[in-house]
Design a protein around this ligand. Structure first.
Ligand SMILES: NC(=O)c1ccc[n+]([C@@H]2O[C@H](COP(=O)([O-])OP(=O)(O)OC[C@H]3O[C@@H](n4cnc5c(N)ncnc54)[C@H](OP(=O)(O)O)[C@@H]3O)[C@@H](O)[C@H]2O)c1
Length: 508
């Protein structure tokens, strides 16, 4: 049992002792908890070694597997209850704790799963309905723990991983009872919400994302649209489509500097094969010890620069004014200053597409804190800056590019699932308060962008559909036309539900 918010932990321990005789239960709380609840152990969850040592005390190496249940109440601590997002420190704290806990409990949980059984129950208090459909503010910081648990559910076969979202207003006795109910439920639900009205699960409502609504697009040639992650990849495909539709002013943000014109001899080599051969020869002639990885990096840089130059040219050709800003959106100060400068220069930002994102896929047990932070901060800290700096009263749409990895969890993407689930709940929170549409689109894989040729081959083999760039842009335009839609979280994917499950369960 991890965490003791409002003594819920102590009450669950009590109830467990009464109802589950013979089972050992330990209450473990952050080491700065004061006063320490009776019988509890204090741990610094941010120290991976401390967490591993403590795990080792409970499950010494080589011990006989016993049934294991981890009940994680840490997301419900007061410091993670703040309404909305915006608390980067709290968000980093919770994800660091979660990563350390998941990494160190994987082995005993998986061992127990093949014998007596294992349950990981992550408990949140988003609003009792997983952040959906309720006027109450959503404590968005907790959302990342849900994304991380969903990834564990994909990586740990046999372990029953479940997220239980309890309405904060539920009486303590009902909360305790529900935790015990879910531990014993033995069902396959990965997300369950409970509030005064009952027990909730997430269901989808299928619509044809390619069917064009009659409503007009919420932007025109006077609009200023800010797009992060915008000069290459799928957001650039979307930017180009926006320019073709009605020539708004587009402001694209990426880390890459604006490409300088390519030297004539390499520019003449359009195909990758001859370009690679040329780079091998020319780089080896100046440095015979140059490593293949350095040549590959140079090749990828040239290809990316070409794409950026081509996209910017195509957007201008379609009639849009376009600005490109080389800013790392993880730098909250620089990114915030850019947003302020856009208001000073243009007097308006009418729509935002937040598409900056990176992936560094690794299984939970191999994921380093540094890598987790790179992936997580790119999406999350920048989304928080946007939420704080945008003039919400005058933004007609704020689209957050999320992923099915946030909705379902994906093996190998614990950081990416956490970040995307955060975006999903941030959208749910903001959409309730902002007059314009705020929506997180949980995209399935596209034919392009971060989906490499190697991944495409894997997806095709596993019957995972790919969204074509034209169709993806069509879907986004259609979503923007649905200005009155009240769904803050939308999933768009090619293929059927099975294809999606195949994607989420893919082994890396
Ligand atoms: N492609 C898919 O199948 C797919 C599926 C689901 C969701 N998505 C989402 O769609 C968005 C775009 O993905 P993509 O496929 O187009 O990926 P991509 O080709 O790798 O492009 C990602 C973009 O983000 C920018 N970026 C990354 N880190 C940044 C940072 N710290 N600051 C500023 N810009 C940054 C990159 O530009 P620089 O390198 O120049 O910074 C690049 O333009 C992502 O949020 C992704 O999660 C994509």
């Amino acid at each position: 049992m991890l965490g003791n918010p409002q003594s819920l932990g102590s009450a669950v321990v009590e109830a467990f002792r009464t109802h589950s005789r013979g089972a050992d239960i330990q209450l473990v709380v952050p080491d700065d908890t004061s006063p320490l609840p009776a019988g509890a152990v204090g741990i610094d969850f941010s120290d991976p070694d401390a967490v591993i040592r403590w795990r080792g005390d409970i499950f010494p190496e080589g011990s006989t597997p016993v049934g294991v249940a981890v009940i994680n109440l840490l997301p419900m601590l007061d410091s993670f209850q703040q309404s909305g997002g915006g608390d980067a420190k709290a968000s980093d704290r919770l994800t660091t704790w979660m990563l350390n806990i998941l990494r160190s409990f994987e082995a005993p949980m998986r061992q127990a799963a093949s014998g007596p059984g294992a349950v990981f129950l992550n408990v949140t208090s988003l609003n009792g309905r997983m952040g959906f459909d309720v006027a109450a503010p959503v404590p968005v910081v907790q959302a990342s723990s849900v994304g991380m648990s969903k990834t564990a559910s994909k990586e740990w076969p046999g372990v029953q991983v479940k997220n239980l979202d309890l309405a904060f207003s539920l009486p303590a006795t009902a909360q305790v009872e529900q935790i015990l109910v879910e531990l014993r439920a033995g069902d396959s639900l990965v997300e369950v919400g409970v509030d005064e009205r009952g027990r909730w699960r997430v269901t989808g409502q299928a619509t044809n994302a390619l069917a064009q609504p009659v409503a007009p697009l919420p932007f025109d040639q006077h609009s200023v649209i800010l797009i992060t992650g915008g000069a290459n990849g799928v957001t650039a495909a979307v930017a180009e489509r926006m320019a073709e539709e009605c020539q708004p002013r587009l402001v694209l943000v990426g880390r890459s500097p604006l490409p300088i014109p390519e030297p004539a001899d390499s520019a003449a080599l359009v195909d990758i094969g001859p370009l690679r051969t040329y780079l091998i020869q020319s780089m080896r002639s100046t440095d015979p010890t140059v490593k293949p990885a350095a040549i590959e990096r140079r090749l990828q840089r040239i290809l990316k620069d070409r794409e950026i130059a081509q996209r910017l040219a195509a957007i201008r050709k379609a009639g849009s004014e376009v600005e490109y800003h080389a800013v790392d959106v993880r730098d909250s100060v620089a990114f915030g200053a850019l947003i302020e400068s856009l208001y000073a220069k243009h007097g308006r930002i009418d729509g935002v597409i937040h598409g900056a994102g990176v992936v560094e896929d690794r299984l939970i047990r191999d994921k380093s804190q540094e890598s987790f932070s790179r992936v997580y901060h790119t999406k999350v800290h920048s989304a928080d800056v946007l939420a704080q700096k945008l003039d919400s009263a005058n933004v007609k749409f704020f689209v957050l590019f999320s992923s099915v990895s946030g909705r379902l969890g994906t093996a190998g993407q614990v950081d990416y699932s956490a970040a995307n689930e955060y975006l999903n709940k941030l959208a749910a929170h903001l959409d309730h308060h902002w007059p314009g549409r705020v929506v997180a689109i949980n995209w399935g894989p596209w034919d392009g962008g971060m989906v490499t040729e190697e991944l495409k081959r894997l997806y095709r083999k596993q019957n995972v559909g790919l969204i074509g760039q034209v169709e993806g842009a069509d879907c986004l335009m259609n979503e923007l036309r649905r200005a009155d839609d009240s769904s803050p979280e939308v999933l768009i994917a090619a293929g059927d539900a099975q294809a999606l499950e195949n994607y989420a369960g893919l082994k890396i």
